[in-house]
Design a protein around this ligand. Structure first.
Ligand code: AMP
Length: 281
């Protein structure tokens, strides 16, 4: 595996692969890799010749009081994992390599950045859009893989690619879960053993809600009732706060009472904020 820390070295490696007619696949990450990331790499391998993974903890997508400083960083372990997984290129730049001091450009993707996560983490999605756009221009991939775990982010990336004419196919990857049902996440490292067990209830409650919505007559009243029960279940099983639990349209993320749809949530367990979602169809 080739490891690059600079844009210029990465670009010249990619240029020679492209001259040889290779298709470039890209998986952007913030590191602390788990099987969810590896599933994205697997999809990238199936759909390209050369797989590029980036590891960059992007400060611009963290709010002031968020976990930037304590975000798990384990570059050496990640490198071993990626080598064993047959990744061709790792790009792991530092902050200065990515953001120049005079950088002022921001990206506003519109309505997708006004709902769900954006109401609670206003810096998040525009920070992600900026790094993704920059990485797309640096890596110039043919395809890029993003996880449904971060569903709003996935929709936003698709919108970015559409609106700014990036010639990149975005492939979405299903959520990888632990046996307990807990969605894999680098932030799960913050959970204690007991919290991990409690966090598995998210999947259980989402699955129950899905069944209820699908077997009910799907009237607005019934769906509102199901979501209310889901909220009560969450609060009665040790979670201390719900940021949102919403049923929305799968494409425009606007609230809906019709299926197919997607049920998304963000909840707090102790000091840890967890997100998850389930497609209802
Ligand atoms: P992150 O390192 O958290 O920025 O995530 C990098 C990519 O991995 C994003 O496209 C995420 O959606 C994806 N990802 C994270 N967790 C999972 C998971 N449990 N299943 C599938 N994809 C995931």
């Amino acid at each position: 595996m080739q490891i690059f820390n600079t844009k210029s070295a990465l670009k010249s490696a990619i240029k020679s692969h492209k001259i040889n007619g290779k298709k470039i696949g890209f998986v952007p990450t913030m590191g602390a890799l788990h099987d969810g990331h590896l599933s994205l790499i697997e999809i990238a391998k199936e759909n390209s010749d050369i797989v590029v993974v980036s590891i960059f903890v992007n400060p611009k997508q963290f709010g002031e009081n968020e976990d930037l400083d304590k975000y798990p960083r384990q570059l050496e372990t990640d490198i071993e994992l990626l080598k064993n997984y047959g990744v061709d290129i790792l790009f792991s730049p530092n902050f200065e390599e990515i953001y120049s001091k005079d950088s002022q450009t921001t990206i506003n993707i519109g309505s997708i950045d006004k709902t769900l996560e954006s109401k609670f983490r206003p810096e998040f999605l525009s920070g992600v859009m900026l790094i993704v756009a920059k990485l797309f221009n640096i890596v110039t991939p043919d395809i890029a893989v993003f996880g449904q775990k971060d569903y709003q982010q996935l929709c936003a990336v698709k919108k970015l690619v559409h609106d700014l004419d990036f010639a990149i196919d975005i492939i979405s990857a299903p959520i990888m879960r632990e046996e307990s049902g807990l969605a894999m996440s680098s932030r799960n490292a913050y959970l204690s053993g007991d919290e991990r067990k409690m966090a598995a209830n998210i999947y259980k409650f989402l699955s129950q809600a899905k069944t209820e919505i699908l077997v009910s007559n799907k009237t607005k009243q019934e769906i509102i009732h199901t979501i209310k029960t889901l909220k009560n279940n969450i609060l009665n099983s040790g979670f201390n706060k719900i940021d949102y639990i919403e049923l929305v349209d799968k494409d425009n993320l606007q609230p809906t009472f019709q299926t197919p749809a997607i049920l998304l949530l963000a909840v707090h367990l102790g000091n840890v904020r967890l997100i998850d979602n389930m497609i209802i169809e």
